[in-house]
Design a protein around this ligand. Structure first.
Ligand SMILES: C[S@@+](CC[C@H](N)C(=O)[O-])C[C@H]1O[C@@H](n2cnc3c(N)ncnc32)[C@H](O)[C@@H]1O
Length: 339
């Protein structure tokens, strides 16, 4: 097969792989299969699934490199499969459940119509919600969504630490993570800077889910506070603000509203760090360009280029300082100054 044909075939069958992985996660395969080879029948009985179909799914998961199979139908986890266990410290299980689960799957099928007609997004077409209003309306979906965000944060907080390693947060008195979820990023950044305090601003349902918050687990509960609010109305005062995966959910007009709300509380010289997948120019293959399609499907926002962020800043009285990028880290931190 030519390289081009192999490439296209690979892309066409990509869904088979992600749906097979999802089925394994949904059925609990990765939490039952361990390091020692276990027979397919035993695994099927533990999971209460059909023995014949179960074996075929395990074999396919083996073919994807997530399980290792012996010649007598015994399976154990590979290092990649371990990442799909619930209690792995860097678990991606919640991401798989959200991104390949039935809710997002149903939204994606509308993509050709969304593009043909210029919206509305797939969430609205399928479920009637315009965007993140879905979270307040559907607690089960919200739990899956927030678990996935925290799961991604386990990877992304480390990226942001690297991106901000030169700036650091030790020079600030108070850092506010606007829409900061369960607080993984903020608590990570404040762990080693004992003089800095922080606030996570979130929707009331996220603030109420105290058992999910990270401040106690990371030993910063005396310095990190969770505050319920609406970033279109008011944010707490701080001299540094974090916005990770926030602006990409919203239209330009809504982003200017969010930034202007922050600017009302931010003193002159306060810093803003927008942590997003910044869209590079043509010729660069980048996750940002696919995440942008996911934004068409799931919300009314978009991924943006650096100059698009600079324009948003200027409209809301912020000035672009620099864009922090590090080789091998897909995320950027676009830094701005309150003027
Ligand atoms: C895409 S998630 C990003 C979460 C977190 N920053 C991260 O990167 O993991 C967007 C977050 O914004 C929060 N959110 C949505 N609308 C909000 C609002 N009006 N005020 C405050 N938080 C909001 C959601 O609850 C959600 O946690």
């Amino acid at each position: 097969m030519s390289d081009a044909k192999a490439h296209v075939t690979d892309l066409i069958f990509g869904r088979w792989r992600s749906q097979t992985l999802y089925a394994g996660v949904e059925l609990g395969v990765f939490d039952v299969v361990g390091d020692h080879p276990t027979h397919a029948v035993e695994i099927a009985d533990l999971l209460d699934i059909d023995r014949g179909y179960g074996y075929r799914l395990l074999r396919a998961l083996g073919s994807l490199g997530l399980l290792s199979e012996t010649s007598d139908r015994r399976f154990s986890l590979t290092p990649a499969g371990e990442l799909l266990q619930e209690d792995h410290p860097e678990s991606l299980q919640a991401v798989a459940l959200l991104e390949e689960g039935p809710t997002h799957y149903a939204m994606w099928k509308h993509l050709p119509d969304i593009v043909r007609e210029g919206g509305p997004n797939g969430r609205q077409r399928e479920f009637g919600y315009t965007g993140l209003d879905h979270l307040e309306a559907d607690p089960e979906y919200a739990a899956r969504f927030h678990d996935s965000m925290t799961s991604l944060s386990r990877m992304e907080s480390a990226w942001v630490e690297v991106l901000l390693s030169e700036v650091g947060v030790s020079g600030f008195d108070h850092v506010c993570d606007v829409g900061g979820g369960h607080g993984h990023l903020l608590c990570t950044l404040l762990q080693d800077v004992p003089d800095v305090e922080g606030t996570v601003l979130e929707l009331p349902s996220v603030v109420d889910a105290e058992d999910q918050h990270w401040h106690e687990r990371m030993g910063v509960s005396d310095r990190v506070t969770f505050v319920a609010g609406d970033f279109f109305e008011e944010v707490p005062p701080a001299d540094a603000y974090l916005l990770k995966h926030i602006l990409h959910d919203w239209t330009d007009e809504e982003c200017v509203e969010i930034l202007s709300t922050i600017r009302e509380s931010a003193p002159v010289d306060a810093r803003l760090f927008v942590c997003e997948l910044v869209v590079p120019g043509p010729g660069h293959s980048h996750l940002a360009k696919l995440m942008d399609v996911h934004m068409m499907v799931s919300a009314n926002g978009r991924e943006r280029t650096e100059s698009e962020y600079v324009d948003l800043f200027e409209t809301a009285d912020f000035e672009h300082v620099e864009t922090h990028q590090v080789e091998g880290v897909p995320m950027s931190a676009v830094e701005a100054l309150a003027v």
